[in-house]
Write a protein that binds this ligand. Structure first.
Ligand code: SAH
Length: 517
């Protein structure tokens, strides 16, 4: 085989600039390449949201945090990974924060590829310097203030001899200076600029996580900025912008001024309308936390239920607390060759009207419906009837609330809870939502239908309404209309925002209006 032929079978490596953080700031070319990647090696500065463009089954490799305490992979390992995957014939996208050729070691990576005879393409990206300036409301150049910009790294120790940065020339040599990776060395950097002749009163902005909902900026002067950053506890990744143009932020700041900026809003995903709602909220600056619908699945083993079905006549009550509980219970009953006649012993209670209707469809009439359609309501109605010494069966979700069985046991009943189905939340999401609520990181939850309310509640999985109230204490609740709102209040929570007309646009409008008060 000629060298040319063997080379042909290699894959190709695309170095793609991911942009500064906002997932919309990748190039069209970059997105297109992600869409046909077989391997993606990505950095911590590249928005993870971009990975949604990658085809399922592609290999995703997190290359880790550069400059951080823990390097997930060394630069040499990354280079080798790119070479190995390409040699194996793969289409590889190396996704890098900002622009690959600006302080991104992109040059080193393609040198290695070139030396190994691997084909590559480099797709530029919006670098964080221009993005940070733009999103902080600072035009990086302006005819009235500056005609030149310099990008420099603050990573190297500016005191060490042989520094590649000529501070003497740079301090006054460019109108605007943008320093990457300079937070740690900020005190030395400003000192260098001032000692080398830059006016100590020169305005300075420091912008962290530019273009993302977590963006934070502080402004000072060369004299004051180091203290301001320390006090505000601004950590990397952040950029330092030095120059008179920083003053324009007073007039031009637009991103951080949007009405929902910095607000963390939970949107429970349903098939309809979620994207319109999210787009509208994000447009106004919100940080939307999207939670997708829980999937209902059969449990792994029906052994326990089968045992209980064999001794159904020993029960005084069977309680159904959800539609799925009814469905999975009766399906198993029928699958085992039993039918409605086997239900004649125990009385049947349903948590609500819809549940009772579904039980009826399986040929059984519910004997009891509570006044209030909740687990507690059901428990109270049963307690009124007296449950001491009664055998009660509750077929329900694997991860149901404890309150109902506890109330009944407290009143002397023998309660058997049997799992008949399970709620499967997307990997890790349930815990994540719980943690966000526990740590007070959620400002608002939006509900666009009763099912989004139920979904949210089962994701949260609070043990009792008091626990739910505690978790939701500081959270604003927005509901699209009266039915959704009623589902919210039926669950013991309060609706704070509700538009007069029940459309997504009106909901967004009302949220913005209430939040701007
Ligand atoms: N190639 C990248 C820069 C990588 S160096 C680019 O073109 O933007 C890493 C440094 O970039 C960080 O330490 C920080 O100074 C800066 N940076 C990257 N993304 C940033 C962001 N979203 N906000 C603020 N600074 C950012």
């Amino acid at each position: 085989m000629s060298e040319q032929e063997s080379k042909k079978r290699y894959g190709k490596v695309y170095l793609v600039g991911a942009g500064p953080g906002h997932p919309g700031l990748i190039t069209v070319r970059g997105k297109e390449l992600l869409g046909r990647a077989e391997v993606v090696v990505y950095d911590y500065l590249a928005s993870p949201k971009l990975l949604k463009y990658v085809p399922e089954g592609a290999e995703l490799i997190y290359a880790g945090k550069k400059g951080g305490v823990k390097h997930t992979h060394t630069q040499e390992e990354i280079n080798q990974m790119l070479v190995d995957r390409a040699v194996a014939g793969k289409t590889v996208v190396r996704l890098k924060g900002g622009d690959p050729f600006i302080f991104g070691r992109g040059g080193e990576e393609v040198e290695v590829l070139a030396n190994n005879g691997i084909e590559f393409e480099v797709v530029p990206g919006v670098t964080s310097a221009t993005a940070a300036a733009t999103y902080a409301g600072i035009p990086i150049t302006h005819r009235d203030y500056t005609a030149s910009v310099a990008f420099l790294t603050g990573h190297e120790d500016p005191t060490k001899p042989g520094s590649k940065i000529d501070w003497e020339k740079l301090a006054t040599g460019a109108g605007t200076l943008v320093v990457y990776m300079g937070i740690k060395n900020l005190p030395i950097i400003v000192k260098n600029l001032v000692t080398n002749g830059r006016d100590p009163k020169t305005p300075v902005a420091v912008v962290r996580w530019a273009s993302t909902p977590e963006q934070r900026s502080v402004v000072g002067t060369l004299e004051t900025i180091a203290d301001i950053v320390r006090e505000a506890d601004i950590k990397p990744p952040a950029l330092i912008i030095v120059g008179e143009v920083v003053n324009l932020r007073k007039t031009i700041d637009w991103f951080e001024k949007r009405p929902l900026f910095g607000k963390r809003i939970v949107v429970t995903r349903t098939r309809e309308q979620t994207s319109e709602l999210m787009a509208g909220l994000e447009e106004n600056g919100a940080n939307c936390l999207e939670y997708s619908t829980i999937k209902i699945e059969p449990i792994d083993s029906y052994e326990i239920l089968d045992d209980e079905l064999d001794r159904l006549e020993e029960y005084h009550w069977i309680l159904f607390t959800s539609l799925h509980g009814v469905k999975y219970f009766f399906e198993r009953l029928y699958a085992r060759g039993m039918d409605a006649r086997d239900m004649k012993g125990p009385s049947v209670a349903a948590v609500g009207k819809a549940t009772a209707d579904l039980i009826m469809e399986y040929g059984v009439r519910a004997d009891l419906l509570p006044d209030v359609f909740t687990g507690e309501g059901l428990a109270e109605s049963l307690l009124d009837q007296g449950v001491e010494g009664r055998n009660i069966l509750i077929p329900r979700a694997e991860e149901g609330r404890r309150i109902l069985p506890e109330m009944l046991r407290g009143a002397g009943a023998q309660v058997t809870v049997v799992p008949v189905y399970k709620n499967v939340a997307p990997e890790g999401k349930r815990e994540q939502l719980r943690n966000e609520l526990e740590s007070g990181n959620v400002d608002m939850v939006t509900f666009t239908s009763s099912s989004t309310v139920r979904n949210f509640l089962s994701m949260v999985g609070a043990e009792s309404s008091s626990e739910l109230k505690r978790l939701m204490h500081e959270v604003t609740i927005a509901a699209i209309g009266p039915i959704t709102a009623k589902t919210v209040t039926d669950n013991g929570l309060t609706v704070d925002i509700q538009p007069e007309t029940y459309t997504i646009a009106d909901l967004i409008h009302e949220i913005v209006k209430q939040s701007s008060k």
